[in-house]
Design a protein around this ligand. Structure first.
Ligand code: XLS
Ligand code: NI
Ligand code: NI
Length: 431
């Protein structure tokens, strides 16, 4: 045991509690026939919670953690603190990048040794802990070798390095029984078209992803492969712009049945969409996988990765997720960091506890809206005209035949209200 959390005990559900507790999240509460914990499938992100030093674009480290050193002893201490935190929060899952959990070595082989030693420690800890691995991923964006991309780098040696890194991380994810493997292409894009061969880069990205999928099958990994869309930041333009763009890319390489998406709230907004738009689209395209539940600040322009704190927004997101049938292998990952002035260990626990409460309230509100059924009923009514045989027939007909019917005077469009305010008032009853 480290003494980092100074004896904070595991959080309980207690609506009346004064201190650290869950006021709304009761893992055992039944919602639509399923435990809340099994609906939400919360995960802690190792990177922001344990590896992020507190910097912003204008200033560096603010946090002072005893494991902020680049050696294995520090990495082991970080692992101890991580598992203490998972236990305090009672979360069922966590996620990591290779670079969050191990110090970089002088060679690829040394980095791999460091990484695998920590994976071994995780494996041992997971034998007695409740926490499971939601997903693993490779950090193919921080080190300077990746500054011009990973799979899309003009230098084939970086492509090779990236392939070897993903292989190592996929092996480790498989070894720990991970339920997903994520690829976020933070530098898979360009800074300027003046030096970029976009066609070649996208071809390489497609081949790379196909190899990842082949390797997954080769080792018998049953987890989902997920792409996490983001339009830009750090790169000026990223190829995995949004759900629609990713779907087009997957189709082009014949991977739309193999790969799903991990949708992040803040990335959806950066792409000019709402979170629920991206979720609904992924559901309709059959590629909904998992979510990163972290938002941006409404005023600042960069990806601030804050914990969720807006119940109505979260409710609309879970509404779309419940309509997709809920998570199967995916979950709710807090890809979220503290504000840089939140220095205390207690802040880390409070941030997650508050976010879990917000999500619990959002999911319960979404479930009530679905159970109430009025929203779905009004939507169904709006399309009821399509239930008729003549209307359905049009979809297998042709323009000339349809035109004949219209010309004969048999068709009279009658505008009807979209009833948006009424629908919004219904939502407002539950959030
Ligand atoms: C960055 C991404 C990143 C991915 C994992 O914006 O959200 O944290 O989730 O590489
Ligand atoms: Ni992000
Ligand atoms: Ni993310």
């Amino acid at each position: 045991m480290s003494d980092f959390f100074g004896g904070i005990s595991p959080l309980r559900h207690d609506p009346e509690a004064e201190g650290l507790a869950f006021r709304h999240y009761d893992p055992d509460e039944m919602v639509m026939g399923k435990r809340l914990e099994d609906h939400l499938r919360f995960a802690v992100a190792y990177w922001h919670s344990l590896a992020w030093p507190g910097g912003d674009p204008f200033g560096g480290q603010t946090f002072d953690r005893p494991w902020f050193r680049d050696d294995m002893e520090a990495a082991r201490l970080k692992a101890d603190v991580a598992f203490e935190m998972f236990e305090i929060l009672g979360v069922p899952y966590f996620c990591w990048h290779d670079a969050d959990i191990r110090p970089e070595g002088a060679t690829f082989a040394e980095s791999k040794r460091n990484f695998e030693e920590i994976i071994g420690i995780f494996e041992e800890k997971m034998e007695s802990a409740k926490v499971r691995l939601l997903w693993g991923t490779a950090n193919l964006f921080s080190h300077r070798r990746f500054m011009a991309g990973a799979a899309t780098n003009p230098d084939p040696d970086v492509f090779a390095w990236s392939a070897a890194t993903v292989k190592t991380c996929l092996d480790a994810t498989h070894r720990l029984g991970g339920e997903n493997y994520v690829l976020w292409g933070g530098r898979e894009g360009y800074e300027t078209l003046l030096n970029t061969d976009m066609g070649a880069e996208m071809e390489h990205a497609g081949r790379f992803l196909s190899m990842v999928v082949d390797y997954k099958h080769k080792i018998g990994f049953k987890g989902q492969i997920l792409i996490e869309p983001k339009p830009q930041e750090p790169t000026k333009h990223q190829y995995d712009y949004d759900v629609a763009t990713v779907f087009g890319f997957l189709q082009r390489f014949g991977l739309e049945k193999e790969v799903k998406v991990n949708i992040e709230q803040g990335h959806a907004i950066l792409a000019g969409h709402s979170f629920e738009h991206e979720l609904a689209l992924a559901r309709e395209l059959g590629v909904f996988g998992s979510i990163d539940m972290n938002r941006n600040d409404y005023q600042s322009g960069w990806d601030t990765d804050q914990f969720p704190n807006n119940v109505p927004e979260v409710a609309l997101a879970y509404y779309e997720i419940l309509k997709a049938g809920g998570f199967t292998q995916g979950g709710t990952n807090f890809d979220a960091k503290l504000r840089r002035q939140s220095l205390d260990p207690e802040d880390l626990i409070a941030a997650h506890a508050g976010a879990m409460d917000i999500c619990a309230r959002g999911l319960k509100a979404a479930a009530k809206m679905l159970e109430d059924g009025t929203l779905e009923e009004l939507r169904r009514e709006r399309y009821a005209g399509w239930d008729g045989a003549e209307a359905k027939g049009m979809l297998t007909s042709d323009l000339a035949t349809i035109a004949e019917r219209v010309e004969a005077g048999g068709v009279t469009p009658e505008p009807r209200s979209g009833r948006q305010e009424i629908l919004e008032n219904i939502v407002n009853r539950y959030v």
